[in-house]
Design a protein. Sequence first.
Length: 369
Amino acid sequence: MIKLFDLKINHLKKQKKINQSIFEIIRKSNFIMGDEVYSLEKKLSKKLNTRYVVTCANGTDALNMSLMTFGFKKNSYVFVTNFSYIATAEVIKLNNLIPVFVDIDYTNFNICPQKLEEKINRYRNKNIVAIISVDLFGYPAEHEKISKIAKKFKLKYIIDGSQSLGSKIKNKFSSNFGDVYTTSFFPTKPLGCFGDGGAVFTNNKSIAKKITSLKFHGKGKHKNQHLRVGLNSRLDTIQATILNQKINTFDNETLKKNFIANRYLNEIKNKNIILPVYKKEYRNVYALFTIKTKKREKLIKLLKNNNISTGIYYSKPLSNQKVFKKSTIKYERIKETEKVCKECLSIPCHANLKNYEVSKIINLLNNFK
């Protein structure tokens, strides 16, 4: 079976060094906030050229604390992409804010800047406070344009980079756009651990300081001093030491995924398969490679019969989820998102794929009718 994600073989390649590092943590018995956590934060800061990195328990907490740190008034409005995992919009509701869903660019799956500005103009007389974009499947949203829009309307800009660690626009990492960039270390992410984890990136010292407090139950300078209501959201030392090992092969694995993706983009030629359109000056880390087809179920069956696994991310717009039905925002048809949800299909694009496996997938897609 050609797997969509092959976590087992990825672990086996690094097994010796990872196991040694885990045994060392067990020997020292420093399981929470050990030196390895701070070492990881320093490595990530240097690698992505972002001044402050604060690790935490998971990517959802990273997003949640990013909103918490601004202390927005209840029932303020936050503009967010309509095509993402539930966590992106869930954190808005958790902070007693109102999500305003924005349609996407059909060609690359990310929030559409033009539609975003149009939506903001419609709500500008309300208490609008922030924008949350997502770098879906590893490809950066149009951060330059969105940053200008955020500045124009005096909105905070939060980037959900759970799938895009290491992505760039020109020579600038995605983590250096906006007020805050967050990521996830869930096992299937570009840099994944063996459990869960996340991080917040910012170039603002005040934001970093507050995030650090929030993840420690709102802790102040002293152990028993608490300045605010926070979370218990610390990255454990074992996950940190695993990430410290895996970060060493991250760039090489990203290059391999880009090589595979470029084969798909250049060699798949079938009117029944719609390929994504990506800009050359954008560095994609390919958390997933996602195509579109109006014959999705038929294609899934064909690939399954040929021992190729696939995935659907995502089958329903966020605005259609039951949890958001009681939102004060009236339901609006968001056409491109609805269309993509019916057509999207992710195919294998991980760094452990063999050339013959990639060729097999390409041949099957080219002959699909």
